[in-house]
Design a protein around this ligand. Structure first.
Ligand code: SF4
Length: 710
């Protein structure tokens, strides 16, 4: 039996996994007791991860292409697929300019893959048209951190869980979506009964049920609540005046903003009791360790950046940051959303947290890459903008013509999915690089490239606490599937950039990236595959010559010097309005979408594991009995959920776990199930936060009616 240590490829917790490979090829998995993130624990998804690679039945095995949209896909050689793609890209670039092509990648990609695609399009093709599905889940947190702390830098680590005595969980359901972190929180609370958990969520989730205080606010009122807590912290003497004076700017304007609304007014707007807000503020104010945790409930909003700022403000006015057990902790959804941020895999970024709009940053990266073009000074198209541009393509202008989609399934995961579907039909050229044909997007591809899966390629990922893990290659990929990094460097060679993409292995790519981080706040010049194999994981920054046992940097800002130009954190006065699409007579209910416990994203992996389907075999619409009754909706009845852009037909689940006026629908399922349209994103809008460009998945105006057979 051969034993390997690797990392779970589902969520941003980044659990260590021990994989055992028996002589007959059978695999088993268990939690890695040596891994500091999970200490041997795994959730239901992680425990069943080996089945996703043992079942090869839906794998893409060979490159395929079609010569016209109505023609079938046919097996071709790698050379033929990449040469055709290169020829089409070159033609479009020559005729319409470099912004006529784009890459849409994924937080599932390894850091090396993210880095290579970024280098190819920004440094060699000359466009910043690369964005990632992480835009859909954490870009509001990125902007929030930048505006308040000076850079996209998570200040805390998981070990802060055991140091905290108040947890403020807002817009997150870690009991289902970050289960191993939640188990650490629960174990800490069991051992220390004085620990308090506050959960802010319009839904009574498992996290809310296990909390000491549940604040079921009206959707879209997070800022109202956070500002009210800020006001109470000020009024009750819980602010840290010395910290504010010595290490922050902006307090006076913040004070003025939060004083504009009384706590009673805030409670009315949020739809909760004023006493509950006072209780939350008192616990936060008196805490020794105040850890706030959030995910999509704050980020996936048309005011997502303001929501983030309003929460980070609570740490800055109390000085509860940069010390054990204290800090604002944005949990990443995907396994390598953080790695993608480090290498600049967003339309506005460059490696090591540099910006395309910063001339000095561009010059540094240009000098390092020595590409044939200057890096463009304007941000490229973001996720929703790419699909809008494809849909609006008019032959002859310079809009987007070709898109290359890597390890993500926008047909299901993007907002306003019917529009995305039309965009993919309109696109002149679509390349899909993926592991399996379960991804609905494959059916729109002109060229399909088979990619190696988890365990079939080596590379690195960074989890939510800045912890870099090495993932070894354990298995050969089936058929002719190749590691994503190799696909990209082979394509770059076909494009004529061979000298700059002449890598022997993923380690070469990683070493190149680490050199580009020298002297930055993300400095990982001391990290290598050898060191990661020796120490298992390292938290960045870890510059060359860094001492210690390889653990890296647990916490940032321990000296209270922030990454802003003047070294001071910025407290922002944020208005508390929401700008989501309005409800009205026709669409009076608010729909929020999200995950369920045992499924992951669009089910291209978890859908292969039968036992994960048992928890919830089909999508159910959660609706409050007070909303169901006047509409004549009964438990289990088929209902039509109608929105301004489309509809779905699913069974109703009557529950008081959602507020009256609110419905919930899981986002995992594709277009059709049992002859019913069930894709939640038929309903969602493509409204985005103006700064982060993150969509407003959590607030869609809908109506729900019983389904009547025509
Ligand atoms: Fe994998 Fe996340 Fe579960 Fe850990 S918590 S086993 S990383 S899905």
């Amino acid at each position: 039996m051969v034993v390997h240590q690797t990392t779970c490829c589902y969520c941003g917790v980044g659990c260590g996994i021990v994989v055992r490979q028996e002589p007959n090829g059978r695999l088993t998995v268990e939690g890695d007791k040596e891994h500091p993130s999970n200490r041997g624990m795994l959730c239901s998804k992680g425990m069943n991860l080996h089945y996703t690679v043992m079942d090869q039945s839906d794998r893409l095995l060979y490159p395929q292409m079609r010569l016209g949209r109505s023609m079938p896909l046919q097996r071709v050689s790698w050379d033929a697929a990449l040469e055709r793609t290169a020829a089409v890209f070159k033609t479009f670039i020559q005729k319409y300019g470099p912004d006529s092509v784009a890459f849409y990648v994924s937080g599932q990609c390894l850091t090396e893959e993210y880095y290579l695609v970024n280098k190819l399009i920004k440094g060699f093709i000359g466009s910043n048209n690369i964005d990632t599905n992480s835009r859909l889940c954490m870009s509001s947190a990125v902007v929030g951190y930048k505006l308040s702390l000076g850079e996209d830098s998570v200040p805390v680590c998981y070990d802060d869980i055991e140091e905290a005595d108040v947890f403020y969980v807002q817009g997150a359901n870690p009991a289902w979506c970050h289960p191993i972190l939640w188990r650490r929180i629960e174990a800490h609370k069991t051992a220390n009964p004085h620990v308090k958990i506050i959960c802010v969520d319009p839904r009574r989730t498992d996290t809310a049920r296990s909390s000491d205080l549940h604040l079921p606010i009206r959707p879209g009122t997070d800022i109202v609540l956070n500002n009210a807590i800020g006001r109470l912290l000020i009024e009750n003497g819980f602010v840290h005046s010395d910290f504010i004076l010595d290490h922050t700017d902006g307090f006076a304007a913040y004070r003025e903003q939060v004083m504009q609304r009384t706590v009673d007014e805030a409670a009315d707007l949020c739809g909760i009791d004023a006493e509950a807000i006072q209780q939350a503020a008192a616990w936060i104010g008196r805490s020794n360790g105040f850890l706030s945790l959030w995910t999509m409930g704050l980020n996936q909003s048309v005011v997502g950046v303001n929501k983030n700022l309003s929460l980070i403000n609570l740490h800055l006015i109390t000085g509860k940051i940069g010390k054990p057990g204290n800090g604002p902790f944005s949990l990443t959804g995907q396994p390598n959303a953080m790695g993608g941020r480090e290498v600049g895999g967003l339309a506005n970024s460059l490696p090591a947290h540099r910006e395309v709009t910063n001339a000095a940053h561009r010059a540094e990266v240009e000098a390092f890459w020595q590409g044939p073009v200057n890096i463009a000074p304007k941000p490229g198209l973001t996720a929703t903008e790419m699909f809008d541009a494809l849909a609006n393509d008019q032959s002859g202008d310079a809009s987007l013509k070709a898109i290359w989609i890597i390890n993500t399934n926008p047909m299901v995961s993007m907002p306003d999915a019917n529009a995305v579907e039309k965009a993919l039909k309109t696109a002149r050229f679509v390349v899909v690089q993926d592991v399996s044909n379960r991804a609905d997007t494959v059916s729109f591809a002109d060229v399909v490239l088979p990619a190696a899966a988890w365990l079939e390629k080596e590379g690195t990922m960074t989890n939510a606490e800045r912890r870099i893990s090495y993932l070894p290659k354990i298995l050969d990929a089936p058929g002719e599937a190749l590691p994503d990094a190799e696909i990209i460097w082979r394509f770059a060679q076909k494009m004529g950039f061979g000298e700059s993409f002449n890598y022997a292995n993923a380690s070469d790519v990683y070493q190149e990236y680490t050199r580009l981080t020298a002297g930055t706040n993300v400095d990982v010049t001391g990290v290598s595959y050898e060191l990661l194999k020796k120490y298992r994981t390292i938290q960045w920054p870890f510059p060359e010559g860094a001492q210690g046992n390889g653990a890296g940097t647990k916490r940032l800002f321990t000296d209270h010097r922030f990454y802003t130009a003047n070294g001071r954190a910025q407290i922002h006065a944020v208005p508390d309005g929401n700008a989501s699409e309005p409800t009205d007579e026709d669409f009076p209910l608010v729909l929020t979408t999200g995950r369920i416990r045992d499924q992951w994203h669009t089910m291209t992996k978890t859908g292969r594991v039968a036992k994960l389907g048992q928890h919830s075999p089909e999508p159910l619409l959660q609706i409050h009995p007070a909303d169901a009754s006047p509409r004549g909706i009964r438990e289990g009845q088929l209902v039509v959920v109608q929105g301004r852009r489309g509809e779905v037909r699913v069974k109703a689940q009557l529950t008081e776990d959602v507020r009256p006026g609110l419905c919930f629908l899981p986002m995992h399922w594709g277009k059709v199930l049992n002859n019913n349209q069930v894709r939640a994103n038929n309903l969602t809008s493509s409204l985005v936060d103006p700064r982060s460009k993150e969509p407003d998945f959590k607030f869609t105006a809908v109506e729900v009616k019983p389904y009547r057979k025509p």
